[in-house]
Write a protein that binds this ligand. Sequence first.
Ligand SMILES: N[C@@H](CCC(=O)N[C@@H](CS)C(=O)NCC(=O)O)C(=O)O
Length: 210
Amino acid sequence: MKLYDSHTSPNPRRVRIFLAEKGIAVEKIAVNLAEREQLTPAYRAINSRCVVPTLVLDDGTALGEVPAICRYIEETHPEPPLFGRTPLERAVAAMWERRVELEGLFPGMELLRNANPALKDRAITGPRNYAQIAELAERARARLSDFFADLDARLAETRFVAGESFSFADITAVVAIDFAAKRSGIAMPEGLPALARWYAAVSSRPSMSA
Ligand SMILES: N[C@@H](CCC(=O)N[C@@H](CS)C(=O)NCC(=O)O)C(=O)O
């Protein structure tokens, strides 16, 4: 397998951490987003959405979209489970991962993409250009603040985001938090003890530096 990757971006990091947790090594090919390599005909032929990550399988099949890529890895390498073991655990893990993606990662991307002058006309990823809307960046700040508070409330009840075991939901949550801090200067707020306890535990896992 080959992973088309970018070390400056959150979505490929989700897959790198997932692979590291599974103990799977794959060839990684860097795509230079700053130079718009994702929009070249050569990369478009691999992923017509012009985004990273893309996982190319040994038979040449190209898989895009992080949840689909991670689901494939989970089904082909079930141990250790990162989507839960029972049907109920799997549904709960998928539910929390989706919530974290929608409520934490997407607002972080919305903030950066509508505020960073380097992304002018690139407010939405993909093959087409869209103009920035400054109000969306402001709204994203409020959504991130709510995300931190809601995640703290959840983690006051459970050890990890989806329950008592580490899962894909924790990976997306750490990536969303680090991305907001590193790229938009929105640090995890003080005074949220459950969130702080969980973040210290999960961010020290060796996979997080993948
Ligand atoms: N929904 C996609 C999102 C992928 C995505 O947005 N990737 C970003 C990097 S985090 C990208 O490729 N950006 C290219 C660009 O900025 O044009 C997924 O789950 O893989």
